[in-house]
Design a protein around this ligand. Structure first.
Ligand code: SAM
Ligand code: DTB
Ligand code: SF4
Length: 322
């Protein structure tokens, strides 16, 4: 962080603005920097599933929780490329590969690098989210052409230890710094609905907005409660719809040039709710029937929604005919 662009007091003022005013301000910022009718589509694939040594309290993939998840080792290269090809045919422009690792195993680096090259060769942007990286690994991914690395802050520095005890907030920030320094674009955001307070939300957006440069891509997730995880079992109060939309609007205002992604949680959101998120400045979604281990709206349903809203997926000139 070089110089604070926004103070926590500035951000608190946005949280306290009348909702209608906040939405207007977010729209003005959005229209200044983006085509308000364009939506970017990122498709996810879990390339290594479950048996993770971390204890993230929301996650189906931690080995500590009985979530009835089928554990799968690193997927074959051919299967990953086949999935990427399908994602492209469905209209996605970015392919995001996720692995339930704390850190990237060195022995998998040659395979991961080949995968990046092959997915790029299909004409897709590449994104990976594989846990912590060393400087050498980040540089090596950059040389292979990796476009984005996703590494979320998830919540505030203050609340982090209530959600995850097996790593620190600083570990997360250090990996993000390595990604940035290697030349890969940064994708970093968080989860709403972990039982965090408004102060925690202010604090997380303060961290993201004051990164220099700001993350190019900011996923805003709504918790998907997964039976067997501490956060689902504690039955934390779900985030209220207007509060979630507010978080999107505030992300847009604080990070005007970033892609703000309406991420996990769309499966339980109405089209009207999603429309308000787009009006608040979201310009990207996870697209495809699956997220990592849970469902996402099916692609036909999404295309129908885009058509109703007049949204055009990035790279597709006209609203698609269904
Ligand atoms: N293991 C790597 C890591 O933690 O960075 C990569 C995969 S991890 C599943 C990627 C992100 O997915 C997490 O940081 C979190 O933001 C999001 N996520 C995981 N489980 C979720 C859930 N149940 N609801 C919403 N978001 C979730
Ligand atoms: C992000 O911010 N959300 C995605 C992606 N980055 C890796 C993952 C959402 C996972 C939702 C729960 C699941 O499917 O396991
Ligand atoms: Fe592992 Fe990532 Fe899930 Fe945490 S969020 S348990 S690090 S897969």
């Amino acid at each position: 962080m070089v110089q604070e662009k926004f103070s926590k007091k500035d951000i608190k003022a946005y949280f306290e603005k009348p909702f209608i005013e906040l939405m207007f301000e977010a729209q003005v910022v959005h229209r200044k920097h983006h085509n308000p009718l364009e939506v970017q589509l990122s498709t996810l694939l879990s390339i290594k599933t479950g048996a993770c040594v971390e204890d993230c309290g929301y996650c189906s993939q931690s080995a500590r929780y009985d979530t009835k998840l089928e554990v799968e080792p690193l997927m074959d290269e051919e299967e990953i490329i086949e999935n990427a090809r399908k994602a492209r045919l469905n209209g996605g422009t970015r392919f995001c590969m996720g692995a339930a690792w704390k850190n990237v195993p060195e022995k998998e680096m040659p395979k991961l690098k080949r995968i990046i090259e092959e997915v790029n060769a299909l004409g897709l942007e590449t994104c990976m989210t594989l846990g912590g990286l060393t400087r050498d690994q980040a540089e090596s991914f950059n040389e292979s052409g990796l476009d984005y690395y996703n590494h979320n802050l998830d919540t505030s520095r203050e609340y982090y230890k209530d959600i995850i005890t097996t790593r620190t907030y600083q570990d997360r920030l250090d990996t993000i710094d390595l990604v940035r320094e290697s030349g890969i674009k940064v994708c970093s955001g968080g989860i709403m609905g972990l039982g965090e307070t408004q102060e925690d939300r202010i604090s997380m957006f303060w961290e993201l907005a004051n990164m220099d440069p700001q993350p190019e891509s900011v996923p805003v997730n709504q918790l998907v409660p997964i039976p067997g995880t501490p956060l689902a079992d504690k039955k934390v109060e779900p985030v209220a719809s207007f509060d979630f939309i507010k978080c999107i609007a505030i992300s847009r205002i604080l990070m005007p040039k970033s892609q703000i992604r309406l991420s996990a949680g769309r499966e339980v959101m109405s089209e009207e709710m999603q429309a308000m998120c787009f009006m608040a400045g979201a310009n990207s979604v996870f697209f495809g029937d699956r997220l990592l281990t849970t469902n996402n709206p099916d692609t036909c349903k999404d295309y129908q929604m885009f058509k109703k809203l007049g949204l055009v997926p990035q790279g597709q000139e006209e609203p698609v005919e269904i």
